[in-house]
Design a binder for this molecule. Structure first.
Ligand code: HEC
Ligand code: HEC
Ligand code: HEC
Length: 431
């Protein structure tokens, strides 16, 4: 993840019990290794590396800037180096930092660290994570960087009040009415996966509007860092209503399916986190997501594909529609006359949930800036979306996206050149 926008407030050794004898060193080591390996897996599910590593920096040594309206803050070194990292953290210190957002020395962390989600991680998993961070991560000596936020806005005590109001300290509790897989999926999505930190809209104090399915704003989509993270409820047009559980699973494993391909801040989630999870865990996450009733959406009638009118305007590109002209010249060879792309390599635009979403931030951003490569099992995507910022002006991008949002029965509102200008400016500043 590059430079994620985070608003201000968003801005032991119990192995080898033995059988009446002292366990051998090797049995103890094996149990220990298994625990460290389990912690490594959980760290992937939590995507700790995406935020706690700077571009081209050492993994987990921190230093990634996260921009806020008041200035950048930097992620910290969470390797076990005793002086600059978390080597002196006891398990209790670590648990408090991860669940409650309080560092060893007592200062409150900005909720750019997703502790409101991690609060749901259970004790057993927290223990495995701690073992991994202490024994499975190579220590790196690299001092933390002070935030660029100036006094008095850099004072952290208001975060204590924020926590009183918004932090729900409870570890995830299984719902007895639901089966094991549903509960496993809910636990991973709400907790370690912290999917809501991007996919749930934020309220007035930048808190996520809901931390689980009991709130109907939960996972209905939100903007962070100039990307709109899609609606993940069962909503027909903009959500996962037309996706099967299998479609969701394939997307999380490979970053693409017949409906869409990953781009923007989702790319790093797939590159670093979900592609590494077991099939059983991915299936559980898909099952949980597909259980969420429709919520949010664009208010339009249920989408169904209709290429007719669009085909006509595209086969006569000299026509009056300037958006159709840009589309024919720059986009059609990849996304197709029929808007269906060539899934899963080239994303369809017809009926694509992100295209149908009211908020066009993601569409503007991906057209301006393309996207970071999706890398599955070490292999980068063959035809990534190009960057058009140097080629097309704000009006042309607004025109082509307005065309795309109207074509193939997409029927979604026009995009304004001012909106393109805003995102161009914000994303260029971040480069
Ligand atoms: C979305 C970004 C993000 C993710 C994901 C994330 N962190 Fe953090 N983390 C941060 C930021 C930002 C800070 C520093 C906040 C501050 O300075 O107020 C932080 C601070 C911490 C600290 C306090 C360290 C110190 O020196 O004060 C610990 C411990 C920590 N994170 C552990 C983890 C673990 C373990 C994971 C994965 C399970 C994780 N983080 C995932 C953003 C993230
Ligand atoms: C750092 C922000 C971020 C996090 C964390 C995140 N996502 Fe996303 N996600 C996005 C963005 C932005 C999009 C829209 C772009 C795209 O479709 O890839 C997206 C898209 C998706 C889509 C495709 C939806 C569609 O209609 O195209 C799925 C499914 C998804 N995310 C699932 C998840 C799950 C499950 C998690 C937690 C394990 C998660 N995401 C965590 C940012 C995020
Ligand atoms: C070289 C092939 C190529 C060209 C040309 C191209 N795209 Fe893309 N586009 C992609 C790919 C591939 C993706 C999926 C994201 C990725 O993997 O980079 C994508 C994704 C998108 C998305 C997000 C769709 C989703 O999955 O939700 C939009 C919107 C988009 N393109 C619009 C355009 C527009 C507008 C143009 C012309 C100005 C264009 N593209 C030209 C390959 C292309």
């Amino acid at each position: 993840m590059k430079n994620a926008f985070k608003p201000l407030f968003a801005a032991l050794f119990a192995f080898g019990v033995g059988f009446g004898t002292v366990p051998s060193a090797s049995a103890a080591d094996a149990a220990n290794d298994a625990l460290v390996a389990r912690g490594a897996y959980l760290a992937k599910a939590g995507d700790c590396v995406a935020c706690h590593s700077a571009p081209r920096g050492k993994p987990l040594a921190g230093g990634l800037p996260m921009t806020t309206p008041l200035g950048a803050i930097y992620t910290t070194n969470i390797t076990p180096d005793p002086d600059t990292g978390i080597g002196r953290y006891t398990e209790e210190d670590f648990t408090r930092a991860v669940r409650e957002g309080v560092a060893k020395d007592g200062h409150n962390l900005y909720p750019a660290m997703p502790y409101p989600s991690y609060a749901k991680i259970n004790d057993e998993d927290m223990h495995a994570l701690y073992m991994y961070f202490m024994h499975g991560v190579t220590p790196v000596k690299q001092a933390n960087r002070e935030s660029d936020i100036k006094w008095p806005l850099n004072m952290r005590w208001p975060l204590k009040l924020w926590n009183v109001v918004f932090l729900d300290k409870g570890v995830y509790q299984n719902k007895p009415a639901k089966d094991v897989a549903w509960n496993r999926g809910a636990y991973l999505i709400q907790g370690l996966g912290h999917c809501g930190s991007c996919h749930t809209p934020r309220g007035i104090a930048f808190q996520e509007k809901g931390l689980d399915e009991s709130n109907n704003a939960y996972l209905t989509g939100g903007v962070l860092d100039n990307w709109f993270a899609s609606n993940l409820t069962g909503e027909h047009n903009t959500g996962l209503g037309r996706w099967s559980e299998q479609d969701v699973a394939v997307f999380l494993k490979t970053g693409a399916n017949p409906h869409a391909s990953a781009f923007g801040s989702m790319t790093s989630v797939i590159n670093n986190s979900t592609q590494n999870l077991s099939d059983a865990d991915i299936a559980a996450m898909a099952l949980y997501l597909k259980s969420l009733p429709a919520s949010g959406g664009n208010g339009g009638p249920q989408y169904s594909y209709d290429p007719k009118a669009t085909k006509v305007s595209l086969t006569r590109p000299a026509a009056t529609d300037s958006g159709a002209r840009v589309y024919t010249a720059f986009c059609m060879h990849c996304h197709g006359v029929d808007g269906r792309g060539f899934a899963p390599m080239l994303a369809p635009l017809a009926g694509n949930p992100n295209v149908l979403e009211k908020d066009a931030s993601s569409l503007i951003n991906v057209t301006l800036n393309g996207t970071e490569d999706l890398v599955i099992h070490g292999i980068p995507a063959p035809y990534p979306m190009p960057r058009y910022a140097p080629v097309l002006n704000d009006q042309q991008i607004a025109d082509v996206l307005t065309f795309v949002r109207g074509a193939w029965n997409n029927n979604t509102a026009a995009v304004q050149p001012e909106d393109v200008a805003k995102i161009r400016k914000a994303t260029q500043a971040a480069r």
